[in-house]
Design a protein around this ligand. Structure first.
Ligand code: SF4
Length: 382
């Protein structure tokens, strides 16, 4: 069994196709209305063979993108069935597939349920027509609501992504989005602030005066409002950007913040394993052409001190569970005193609190998780 796998390994599959490009998006995708599913599945198979992954036991599976639902019901079913043949999913706890609302049809839901998918993560982003137009999305609010209801009625646990702080959104649109999401049968909500990387089309639209850059204060207010509304509706704010009905926290995503190994297949997919007190991180080549052409993955090794710092920072994303100082100390061969020393700048500023082994952000600090990271990452002790 590979190191760390006794805690359960997560499998991420990157589907690098979308039917059109959203102007804010920096993910790895190509626009393809008729993706060649067979070629994609062959490429995943080849990668799994080269990395000797066949037969590995997975605790969770997450099929993301891109737009997995662009593969259609048959394509998605054959992908999930292929994963079942390649990996040991006998005790899998959670299988999630991402979809765009406009792709959610009775056939797609039937294919997902038949393939043993438990959870549907819907890229809703907003229910407001003007916001959806600004974001370049194809669906409308009623399509998104119907998709949520249809998926829930098939027994799928539904997660919805929302984007906060879109510049030029109509007054009241964000409040309406939040009111709508809590009125639907949704188990999980991920709330992201719109973030614009330099080379996405949004930047060119800003130069032409057709979009504006997000305003950080406006975004912070929108994120705070999301927390107020979702918590009042019974969701637990369990991670910086994630809210769940009690017991519906994302098992796969939690692995990224809690020292569980993960395997990513497909273009730009990342993997992490824990070996001899360090972290080995592998990132596949970005771009479908580079991936299909067999370009090499990037491999990065973090020593025990850097690995421990990063594990603490990731653990602090978990607002309820917090970072487990003793587990980090054990995993990376550090003392508790060393861990406390790393966290000293955060304790000194009153950003974190300790409760035995658990270190948590103070309740109002989740908006500043990056600032906490700057204080605890980047020591030169490896
Ligand atoms: S936001 Fe989603 S649907 Fe839009 S281009 Fe990016 S990956 Fe594709």
């Amino acid at each position: 069994m590979p190191p760390g796998d006794h805690e359960g390994c997560g499998l991420y599959v990157h589907v690098p196709v979308c039917v059109r490009a959203c102007p804010y998006c920096d993910f790895d995708f190509v626009v393809d209305r008729r993706p060649d599913v067979e070629a994609l599945v062959d490429a995943y198979r080849r990668e799994c063979g080269e990395r000797e992954l066949f037969g590995r036991t997975m605790r969770t599976v997450y099929v993301g993108g891109g737009t997995p639902s662009a593969l259609g019901p048959g394509g998605l079913a054959s992908l999930v069935h292929a994963l079942r043949a390649w990996f040991d999913l006998g005790a899998v706890e959670e299988v999630t597939v991402e979809a765009n609302p406009e792709h959610v049809t009775p056939d797609l839901l039937a294919a997902l349920v038949d393939a043993g998918v438990h959870r549907l993560s819907l890229g809703v982003q907003s229910f407001d027509p003007d916001v959806l137009a600004l974001l370049g999305r194809r669906h409308d609010g009623s399509t998104a609501s119907r998709a949520v209801e249809a998926a829930a009625s098939r027994g799928l646990s539904v997660s919805v992504d929302l984007i906060a702080g879109v510049p030029d959104a109509p007054d009241g649109a964000w409040a309406d989005d939040l009111a709508r999401v809590v009125s639907l049968p949704v188990d999980h909500v991920s709330v992201y602030a719109l973030s614009i990387e330099p080379d996405v089309p949004w930047t060119a639209l800003v130069r032409r005066g057709r979009r504006r850059m997000p305003d950080p204060d406006h975004q912070a207010a929108a994120l705070r409002r999301a927390e107020r509304v979702l918590v009042a509706a019974g969701f637990v704010h369990y991670e910086v950007a994630s809210y769940a009905r009690p017991g519906k926290e994302a098992v796969h995503n939690t692995g990224y913040w809690s020292l569980r190994p993960y395997v990513g297949i497909g273009p730009s997919a990342a993997s992490a394993s824990y070996e001899a007190y360090g972290v080995v991180r592998r990132t596949n080549p970005r771009g479908l052409g580079a991936y299909l052409g067999g370009d090499p993955a990037e491999v990065e090794r973090l020593g025990p001190a850097a690995g421990a710092r990063e594990a603490l920072w990731l653990g602090l994303r978990r607002l309820v569970a917090g970072a487990d100082a003793e587990a980090v100390a054990d995993r990376f061969g550090r003392s508790r005193a060393w861990i406390d020393g790393v966290l000293a700048p955060a304790f000194a500023r009153d950003w974190v609190v300790a409760d035995g082994s658990r270190i948590r952000l103070r309740p109002d600090m989740w908006l500043f998780h990056d600032a906490v990271g700057r204080a605890i990452l980047g020591g030169d002790d490896d």
